[in-house]
Design a binder for this molecule. Structure first.
Ligand code: FAD
Length: 288
């Protein structure tokens, strides 16, 4: 099973201004190792419209998250540590050995207020960590946090041309998949009614694709999901202000794949070693 694909990233520079901005950035010693002013664009010029110039980013990779998540699920299910079912928030107090609190199902309410807690020995679980992505807004215990949400649609595309063998960022991204198709996207909508693929975003992406590719292609799929953004663009980690056994792991936003390992380490150290969470990601920064 392969999960990690080293893949160079090439991006379009559309004009002299873009190139100046790029050169200023690549002269910064902190970026020099990562930014490449003269990347090898491979087959990109043969298969896409001409551009003013190309720039590159080094040390880039694609992580096949679908395969990674499926493998974890399968290993955890086999070990009896994973169950796929909707979580009913009404069951939460009992799972932590608490009494349901009056008003706890209203946004901003503090569970435990005005209701005595049951003895700890009655609790089937020591801790519950909520990690529902953008649906955290429906979690009555954490609805007081400033959850945002940014929907993104992508197209799956097959071409008849030889593979590009690099990720390409033009006005949209082309990301080669292991089966020879491309992931093309993505859109960003702050206002959305659901997480279903939207016809308007399909049209937007297919128009961009038509402007970009000079080889025949077929759109073979269309998907959408919502990025769990937060208004201050920081993670949401930590304990509920009234019930320390109830935690949240959220706010991964547009960078969940990159941030999740570090965020997990912070939360594990907090839970297992009592280490403080960095203040900028701790939900204590928000009053309930
Ligand atoms: C188009 C697009 C492109 C992206 N590109 C990148 C990228 O290039 N790099 C990057 O790092 N990140 C990227 N992201 C962001 C990344 O996908 C997210 O940050 C990440 O998925 C968030 O992980 P999460 O586990 O918090 O939420 P999710 O992945 O949304 O998972 C939450 C899970 O909780 C489940 N759930 C919710 N409520 C309940 C309930 N009541 N009971 C049971 N289950 C429930 C949901 O079904 C879901 O399975 C992208 C996102 C999108 C949409």
């Amino acid at each position: 099973m392969k999960i990690w694909y080293d893949l160079p990233l090439v991006r379009s520079l559309f004009n002299r201004g873009d190139r100046n901005d790029w050169e200023v950035r690549s002269a910064d010693p902190g970026y020099a190792e990562y930014l490449d002013d003269h990347p090898d664009p491979g087959r990109i010029p043969e298969q896409t419209v001409p551009v003013f110039a190309y720039a590159g980013v080094r040390h880039t990779a694609r992580v096949d998250l679908a395969t990674l998540v499926a493998a974890h699920r399968s290993a955890s299910s086999g070990a009896g540590r994973f169950r796929a079912q909707a979580f009913d928030y009404a069951t939460l107090p009992a799972l932590l050995g608490k009494q349901p609190a009056d008003g706890a199902l209203n946004a901003g309410a503090r569970p435990g207020e005005g209701a005595g807690a049951a003895p700890a020995s009655a609790a089937p679980y020591d801790r519950i960590i909520c990690c529902e992505g953008w649906r955290a807004r429906f979690n009555p215990y954490f609805a007081y946090l400033p959850h945002g949400g940014m929907k993104g649609d992508v197209l799956l595309v097959r071409t008849t041309a030889p593979p590009l063998e690099r990720m390409f960022k033009h006005r949209i991204f082309l990301v080669p998949q292991s089966d020879g198709t491309y992931w093309v996207g993505a859109t960003s909508d702050n206002r959305f009614a659901d997480d279903a693929p939207s016809p308007a975003n399909y049209q937007f992406l297919s128009d961009r694709l038509e402007e970009l590719l000079t080889v025949p292609y077929t759109i073979i799929g269309h998907r959408a999901a919502v990025r769990p953004t937060v208004r201050d663009r920081r993670l949401l980690l930590g304990s509920h202000p009234s019930w320390p056994e109830l935690l949240i792991f959220n706010g991964l936003g547009t960078k969940g794949a990159s941030l999740a390992p570090l965020a997990s380490r912070w939360l594990a150290d907090y839970l297992l070693a009592g280490a403080p969470l960095p203040a900028e990601v701790d939900i204590q920064r928000f009053a309930p």
